[in-house]
Design a protein around this ligand. Sequence first.
Ligand code: GLU
Length: 475
Amino acid sequence: MEKFRLRYAPSPTGYLHIGNTRTALMNYLFAKHYNGDFILRIEDTDIERNVDGAIDSQFDNMKWLGILPDESFRNPKKDFGKYMQSEKFEVYQNYANILLKQGKAYKCYCTSEELEKDREMQLAKGIIAPQYNRKCLSNKNNDETKPFNIRFKVPDNKLYRINDLVRGNVEFNSKEIGDFVILKSNGIATYNFAVVIDDYDMKITHVVRGEEHISNTPRQCMIYEAFGWQEPLFCHLTLIVDETKKKLSKRSGNAMFFISQYKEQGYLPEAIFNYISLLGWSPKSEQEIFSKEELIKIFDEKRFSKSPSTFDMIKMKWINSQWIKKISDDDYIKFVINFIDENKFEIKNKKDNWIRSVLLLFKKELEFASQINDHLDIFFNKKIDDKTKNILAEFNIKKDLIVFLEEELKKIVEFNEENIKTLINSIGKKFELKGRDLFMPVRIFTTLSEHGPELAKTISLIGKEQVILNINSIK
Ligand code: GLU
């Protein structure tokens, strides 16, 4: 079997986000499942739309997620051409000249570059019908001194069929498609032309991309046909939509769009990888938590979804919380510690063991790492608030109890969870209290908070001195 070669080919017009990550990831899983190659290529011919930092954002965030290209312009192989379109201008020009010579393309003098851009844009947005772009009317006027575009001569009334992995057979009649520009008057190739040359040069076997490209595909098929090249297998993934059923974008209400946002809030790359793999693809089983290795193993190109998938922020958070629980305690500490807001919580002078024990109290609770800051107040000189004071007032607490609690806490030599637990039990017996009537007053007096993790452990970590101060601040 020939080696599968798949590629992710972003235009550097923006940063890595959920949508393009899904494309990259499906190509990656598809390639790796078959022990094939995954290639990252940069489609940067539309120079005006390129955004500074976009290429690095794509590379770095993909690396962080574990979507690692076998080839890219950072690690090129020499037999497959260049990995950035801006380095291939001459290659495209040479191929365009071959088509010119064979009469499969022609020079067109009728449009300025501006007009052409405008027309392409209107065409893309569906404002004008493709037929409008049907033919160049000026090719008789071939004044070689004037700038010209090179247009592809679209065959008349011919049926093109794509056997798409997601949509099955899709047919296009060439009469719907006008003679399209392949090389602009400034010498720069258009997307539909360059993409075919690149996929051919790179020996790409499967093209997995978003469904917005399906209407481009017949044009690309025509170029393959004109050169007599074998087409890759196409696979157009359905849309990812938000809760309002609109295409997911940076304007989609609750959902964060860019991978960097997830990274900043403390999502694990494994969890993002896991969740995105379930957008527009599903495994056979009901299982939802998968490692990258498992996904590579169970990937099945027949299981792409035929309907749009809804991005669900709640599920993303849930999967992240599952991954936070799943990683080892050591990895958890290394990960979460970086999200502590050191302006609010001075951890510099705290012992490593203490920090570790405090952070571990919340391993089962966090949905994402920066939430740790919602939990640390009780360990850093907390003051009681009015709401907690009111709750305390609801309990009919005997003065004796507070005195006993304070005195007995002071007496504990080894201020550990076990000894504190014994003390709380003895308070229950002595004052005939149990459940909430016992624990809530003790909790509020010692921690100044109505909520918190396991009480005896929390008291031990706050430390004897501070717990006594807490009691005295409200007694
Ligand atoms: N550069 C195109 C994009 O960013 C990729 C198209 C393709 O995969 O063929 O949408």
